[in-house]
Design a protein around this ligand. Sequence first.
Ligand code: NAD
Length: 363
Amino acid sequence: MGLEFVYSQPVKIYFGAGKLKALELILEELGLRRCVAVCDPFLRPRLEELRQRIPAICGLYSDIQPNPQLSGAAALAALIREREADCVLAVGGGSTLDTAKFAAAMGGGEAPEYFRGQRAFSTEHIPVLTAPSTAGTGSEVTQVSVMSYGREKKTINHPAFMPKIAIVDPTLTLSVPPKTTMNTGLDALAHALEGFWSKNHQPISDQMARQAIRLVLDNLELAWQDGSNLEARTNMSLAALFGGLAFALPKTAGCHACSYPLSEDYGLPHGEACAFTLDSFVRLNADPRLEALCRELGLSGTEELARRIGAWKKLGGLRTRLSELGEVDLGKLARDSAAHPLMKNNPVALDEAALVRMYVALA
Ligand code: NAD
């Protein structure tokens, strides 16, 4: 059969340094008058300021932690109802954006019912406007929300989570500390690579992946070295955006499947959990198509890409060995990784025994 695909990308994207300043105009253009804002705790003073300036902001919630808990989405949904909001603005990292997406898509039910799939999310809900303050998740352009309920962390993929607007203002990322710059940057790279090698990859997403990988190769280390380098930050925000578009339709694969038990059982932040096995997956998934991409991007091949990832992890102080994670239950780690639905998207079939071998090499 010849080439066939369906591509859709419904989010309106405003990109550029200082773009958050356009918020009032964007709200006016959409006729939105009652906006509940949700932000990362460190951004609260900035959002308080914005609230003084923009009367449409009628509520503010900022109790968000990394690997966000369902209770945050429930509290935000209650605030949205109480203030009779007509939109939600999320300013922060992926944890903040995902909380807003989940809260907006809840109808009248309890958050755990939605988390367990006992109630359907509503696609007819108030619009979500996103402004990422990290350059990693791409959540501003995906229909994904990753939430945790107790220790269970779940990726939920649903059309109801698609934001209406993404305001990508790289100046918001200038304050990201070096270690988070490295792990979020490697998350963006993981999205691009996994979108590229996913069994469901397709031509438009492939182009996004190419550009994202190129931008990470050229800018991640610069942004890590000097967080105030606006050009590198801008390029990393673009890489994260393209990375999001690269995986939004094809979905991620084996490396992300492994990241879930690594976050749930050993507490690794999402980007660090993806980075933990990303170089292993570059080696496991190496094929002529990936080799050709690496060479096109100026690398000698997949091995150089894997080595670069390994070197960035060390440079950024990210954990690279199982021995750094405390007492590890190797059998459970391999079992849970193999059982994760995203493992089915991996181009190379990997069963529990193959994953034990991969993890033993990372011992
Ligand atoms: P995060 O939102 O958890 O933030 C990480 C840390 O960085 C927090 O302590 C936060 O306060 C801090 N931070 C954020 N922006 C900052 C800034 N500008 N300056 C200083 N500190 C800042 O991290 P993240 O990597 O952006 O998001 C991770 C979450 O997103 C995970 O739950 C992950 O599973 C999820 N995720 C979602 C998608 C999606 O498509 N929805 C994709 C990938 C990951």
